[in-house]
Design a protein around this ligand. Sequence first.
Ligand SMILES: CC(C)(COP(=O)(O)OP(=O)(O)OC[C@H]1O[C@@H](n2cnc3c(N)ncnc32)[C@H](O)[C@@H]1OP(=O)(O)O)[C@@H](O)C(=O)NCCC(=O)NCCS
Length: 288
Amino acid sequence: MPTPSLAALPIRRLTLHDLSSCADLSEDRGWPREEHKWGFLLTAGKGYGIDDPDGGLVAACVVTEYGSWERSSLGAIGMVLVAGRHARQGVGRRLMRHVVSLMDTTPLTLYATPFGRPLYEELGFKMTGRSEMLRGHFAPGGPECRVATRAAVAEDLPAMLRLDQEVFGADRTSLITRLPSFADQLRVAEEDGRIIGYTAAWPNMDTHVVGPLIARDTETAMALIASLAARTHRPLRTDIDVRHEELLSWARARGLAPVTVNAVMTYGITDLPGDWRRRFAPLTVAAG
Ligand SMILES: CC(C)(COP(=O)(O)OP(=O)(O)OC[C@H]1O[C@@H](n2cnc3c(N)ncnc32)[C@H](O)[C@@H]1OP(=O)(O)O)[C@@H](O)C(=O)NCCC(=O)NCCS
């Protein structure tokens, strides 16, 4: 039987059964396998992919929706990947068009690598900001921090969700409630019994990714990062909005080296909702 053309191969929903094929696809494009992250995204979000008749996946991506269960107010697209052997043949464009049309009028956002950006621009996405990825072993030191932090407990969840919605600008309950099992650490910053910030460190390959990072101010963000770093021996990785210059300089001085800058893009809205001043880092660039 002749092999069907790439354009005729159906796009289907991915499930957790596709986890290792998704990780293979990451590896094929020189990305880390990131199985823990794929597992999280395929359960908290919706994966879409194209099967390769020769085995594995031709392409994949994940859409994570925020808002109430009957109506999404924001969709985040991530993990857009096309196998190297099928690159530059229109598959990425077709998969993205499919997802954008499924999302109908829901505003969309994504973090674009330099490779993905031309495609997203062609589809009508506009760059609204940038984020810098940093990685390295955190070196403690510097002036003593006055912000109190502690491990989050179950009773903190309602206050964390309220703060998160205010700052993120959309309801992320379905993601945040997964953090206690997904992350190795979940910590809050507190003042007079009130939660003024929270963060998590989740395992990704040999690193701990810091995110989300939501904090009243830069000092609170610093305290939260330092408190995570004090409880892991792994290098930290995080993606900080470049407008947070003070936090970026501090993180660089504490040993986190710049890796790359990604473009934050939106579709259907001119800017992201919420309060960027208190939103320092996403949970993952793949989901916002
Ligand atoms: C980015 C990616 C998904 C594009 O998929 P693709 O199927 O190869 O892209 P398409 O053939 O549909 O190309 C669509 C357009 O994107 C742009 N594009 C794609 N690959 C490009 C490249 N290597 N260099 C410059 N532009 C490129 C072009 O404008 C292209 O249109 P054209 O071929 O008519 O000029 C794919 O290259 C990939 O998986 N890259 C590695 C992972 C990655 O960076 N993903 C993006 C995450 S944000």
